[in-house]
Every structure is written in C-alpha cells, then in structure tokens.
Design a protein around this ligand. Structure first.
Ligand code: ADP
Ligand code: MG
Length: 541
C-alpha cells in the first residue's frame, strides 16, 4: 500500500534522523509522557497515533523546545542536542506546522515566510530570495500559493501550505505536523499528502500526528502508537491494520465497523420543504432545503462545516427562525420563532444533541444531574418549577450515567469536570432516553475517543432500530458512511444530492461537498474544486 521511499533504503545504516531516549514529562500529577524511546529514520513519514490526551502533542512540544522534558535525551542525526526553545529547534533543522496557524493575517504570503527568519535590515534582499524559493518549491512539491496574497484572504488549506513553506525556508529537514487535516476538505487532505510524499522522497523526515487511522494507513511508512503517556509500540505501516492500531490505541478490542442491520423504514416522520434561513448579516444560509426522514431511518447530512447543516439542526431544534414548511407527523411546525423554542419542539417529540455541546448542550458549571434534567423541567416525573424533585433527578441521572458508561459516574460533579467524550455521553443519555420520535444529532463524536465512539454509534443505531427517525450531521465522512441509511450532501445552503451509502464512496461525496455534481466517470479537476471552496469561504466567512 505505502511505498518505501528510495531515500529510506539508502539511509538504512545511517543514524536515525531523530532518536528519543527515555523522555518523561509530568504536569503536576499528570504523567503526560512516560519513559518514551523512539527512533525515526531519515527520509520517512512517521505517524504518531493515539487518543485525545495520550501525550502526542506534549512529546512534539518537547522536540520543538516548547516544554522541557523532566528526563531523557534527544539525538538529531546521531548527536545529542539540547532544545531549550524553538529557535534551538529551528537550528537543529526541525520545523513545526501548527494546528492553529501562527501567521500574520494582514501580511502577504511572502512576508510571512520571511518574517522572523531574518534580521530587520535584511528584509528586502531576503524577500527577493524567498520569492525565488517559493517559485521553486511550488514547481517541485505542488506547494503553489500566490506570494503576494494576503493571509486573511486564503483558505485554511492554503494557509497550511504557507506554514510548510515557512519551515522549508528555514531549511527544516524534519517537519512535524500536529493533526494537520482536522480543518481540511478531503481534496485538500489528499493534496497535503502528495506534498508530504514529495518532501519525503527528497529525503526530508516527516512526523505526522493524527488520531485518524485512515490517514496513518494512507501516507505513513512507520507508525508509533501512544496510550496514556506511554509508547505502546512502533510498527511498519505495511505490516499493521486499522483494527490492530485501534486496539493498541485503546488497549482492548474495538469494533471499527458499526454493527447494523439494514433499515426497515416506516412512515414519514419529518417532511421539510423549501427551508430558507437568512442570518443577521443578511446572508442566505439555507437556500431552499427539502428533505424527509422516516421512522426507523438515519438520514446523514454530509458537508464541509459552514455550508448550512448546522442551520438545519437549529431550525428543527427550535433555536433559529426560518421560512418554509416543516411537517412533523403530518402537523405543521411553527418556524417563525413566536411559538417555537426548544421546549415546544421537545413536546412534539423532537430531541436535539447540538453540535456545540459546550455552548448549547450543557451548562458547564452545573452538576451532571442538573444537566440531565436541563430542558425537561416541566416533566411531571421530576416535579415542576422550583418544586422540582432533585433527589429523583439525581437518582435518574445516576442510572443514565451507568447505562451510558459515563466516567466517573458521579451525578454531583460539574459538567466541566468531565472529558469531552463523557460530556457528550451525558447529553446523549438525556436526549436519547426521552425516547423521542425524532433525534437531531450534530457531530456526535467530535473530540470523542475510539472506545466511546463505538458506544455512541451503537446507541444511535439502537434508537433507529426502535423505530425512531434520526438526522445525523457530521463533517466526518467515515461516520456518515458508517451510520446513515441515506445520505444528503449539503453545499452552500442547498442539498447537492442524495445517495445510498452502499452506492457511493468518499470520493463522490467529497465532490458533492465541494459543490461539484459531476457525471460518473468524469475526472475531478482539483483546481476547480479549490477555486470553488475559496470563493465559498470568501462569500460566507
Ligand atoms: P494529545 O496530544 O495526545 O491529545 P497531550 O500531549 O496534549 O495529548 O496531553 C497529554 C496529557 O497531558 C493530557 O492529560 C493533558 O491534559 C495533559 N497536559 C498537556 N499539556 C498540559 C499543560 N500545559 N498543563 C497541564 N496538563 C497538560
Ligand atoms: Mg494533541
């Protein structure tokens, strides 16, 4: 699958590009890195994979001079080095491509590349030099960017290229990328991987940190797995599998495929016609969306974030006004905002797991038990208003926490003290156990570990099998493909098309997500894809 680079063969006897010996780092009681040793050979793409909090970023921050290790040694090209700060890292030939870019917005690409690398008076000659270098790199590695474009006018994919150019301009030999694809479209991620392969083939050493198994399998030569601060193993990518890696990450067997029988849809539960939303700035966010969901069916809405999928959930969940018609079990729902809010929606059997659970799903300073009652204060089971039966709520929450495997299962803890995955389980427990006729669920597994993803997916499928209708919004195509019985793709406030998961693939969905409804067999033109995405971003953001 992954080809071994020629440079890697040649370097077989050479000292490793990077060697870590016994690196340990604690933050107070948290042991973020425990006695980590690792060799990375020159001219390879080395992946580091692990769940949230496994210690990946800490290890890279030590290598880049942001943190000082409590113990351990770093060798670059066989020589021990001291890396007290990022300047020292750069001198040692290490470049870092940050997850949140550190570019100066109102400067040009060229200025950003040169900035910080040169002393003040030398800026002019170095600008000319940088321009030449940029042209060369663009030709060599598909790193095209307009040197004179302002950063603020570039999309994230382009900004990432500028970060890479910046590192290469500082003559980095070793390039670290920490979760670089989180913000990219599938087409942009493909492009990034082509760039990385090109750099590797020229003899650069790349460290790619990700929690996505697919990316590891696709682009790396070797991979190390981290779990709870420890390095649990390093293997050749060609000799492992996603299943094997997942188990090393979690420390137990996991189900990567969602176990689900074909859907047996019943009556139409929700019928949406010509939904339109205009935001406060007068921008049309939804431009006539029509869709329907039946009982016992999961409708997945795929799309790049910001194309209107959030607005669909907000309108249906009662937190945003719209025009159009929505029939719930044949009865019209008020979209004007006068009699519509979360509570009236809940009375009609609509439950909502919002995308932004920190802002909308939970009150972070409230206890878990208060949060599971949240939005259901008029339920007779809990008493009502100020006479709510708190003891009953607490007990009910304890049961929910147990059934949804929330850790720790303590109803008295404030929401903010749970990890992201466990917060998500609290919201899901609340909404799913209301036994709604329609569940709206946005980004159900964002920031959630593999073990919890498996659990959450199973609960959603169970709800479907109990005959409920579900609308799933996710920017993770894998998740959409795994869970949906039918997939609608949204682009620029319109549904580009509907597909059945067994009759489509990531490639076709990716094109629809970019607004391209190509005839089957057509070859996509990535330049056009990128232009469309750019103009899209310029228009809305
Ligand atoms: P990963 O990148 O694999 O998600 P991190 O290296 O960011 O993991 O974090 C590893 C552990 O160290 C986590 O428990 C995290 O909360 C903790 N941690 C990371 N940075 C800090 C810090 N600056 N202060 C305190 N704890 C930290
Ligand atoms: Mg990290």
């Amino acid at each position: 699958m992954t080809q071994t680079a020629p440079a890697a063969e040649a370097a077989a006897d050479a000292p490793p590009a990077i060697e870590l010996r016994g690196i340990s780092k604690s933050f107070g009681p948290v042991k973020a890195n425990k006695d980590i040793s690792l060799n990375i050979r020159r001219g390879t793409i080395h992946g580091i994979i692990g769940e949230n909090g496994a210690g990946k970023s800490t290890l890279m921050s030590i290598l880049y001079g942001f943190y000082k290790a409590d113990r351990g040694e770093i060798l670059i090209g066989g020589k021990p080095v001291d890396i007290p700060d990022s300047q020292a890292a750069i001198r040692a030939g290490i470049g870092m491509v940050f997850q949140h870019f550190k570019l100066v917005e109102n400067f040009s690409v060229l200025e950003n590349v040169v900035l910080g690398a040169e002393q003040g008076g030398l800026l002019r000659p170095s600008l000319a030099r940088a321009r030449t270098l940029l042209t060369q790199l663009a030709a060599e590695y598909e790193l095209n960017v307009d040197p004179d474009a302002k950063i603020e006018n570039l999309g994230v994919g382009m900004q990432q290229r500028v970060e890479i150019l910046k590192a290469l301009y500082r003559q980095a030999d070793i390039l670290i990328l920490d979760e670089p694809t989180g913000v990219l479209t599938p087409a942009e991620a493909d492009h990034l991987f082509r760039i990385l392969r090109g750099l590797r083939d020229e003899g650069k050493t790349i460290i790619l940190i990700t929690h996505k198994l697919r990316e590891i399998m696709e682009v790396t030569d070797t991979v190390s797995v981290m779990r709870r601060g420890e390095m649990t193993g390093t293997v050749k990518t060609s000799e492992t599998s996603p299943q094997d890696l997942a188990e090393r990450m979690v420390g137990r067997e996991v189900l990567l495929r969602v176990d689900k029988a074909p859907a047996t849809p019943g009556e139409t539960v929700l019928d949406v016609k010509d939904l339109r939303v205009v935001d406060d700035k007068g921008v049309e966010r939804l431009r006539g969306v029509s869709l329907n969901v039946r009982a016992g069916e999961i409708l997945g809405i795929a799309g790049v974030a910001g194309n209107g999928q959030s607005e669909i959930l907000d309108v249906l969940g009662g937190t945003c006004t719209a025009t159009g018609t929505v029939l719930m079990n044949g009865e019209e729902i008020d979209l004007s905002g006068k009699h519509s809010d979360g509570r009236s929606r809940r009375r009609r059997g609509i439950a909502h797991v919002p995308e932004d659970r920190q802002r909308l799903g939970l009150i972070m300073d409230f206890h878990a038990w208060e949060n599971t009652g949240f939005g259901y204060h008029d339920d007779p089971a809990y008493g009502s208003g100020i006479l709510m039966n708190n003891a009953a709520l607490r007990e009910d929450t304890a049961g929910k926490m147990e059934r949804f495997d929330v850790r720790p299962p303590n109803p008295a803890l404030a929401a903010k003290n749970f990890s992201g995955g466990n917060q998500q389980k609290i919201v899901l427990a609340r909404e799913i156990e209301r036994n709604p006729a329609l569940l709206l669920v946005g980004q159900p597994t964002r920031g959630v570990d593999i073990g919890a993803i498996e659990f959450i997916h199973q609960r959603i499928v169970e709800l479907r099998d109990a005959g409920k209708a579900i609308i799933l919004v996710s920017v993770e195509l894998e998740e959409i493909l795994a869970l949906s019985d039918r997939i609608a793709v949204i682009f620029d406030g319109r549904i580009m098309g509907e597909r059945l998961p067994e009759e489509t693939d990531e490639r076709e969905l990716g094109l629809l997500m970019a607004g391209i409804d190509h005839a089957p067999g057509d070859k996509p033109d990535w330049q056009v894809v990128e232009e469309q995405l750019k103009s899209k971003r310029g228009e809305v953001n």
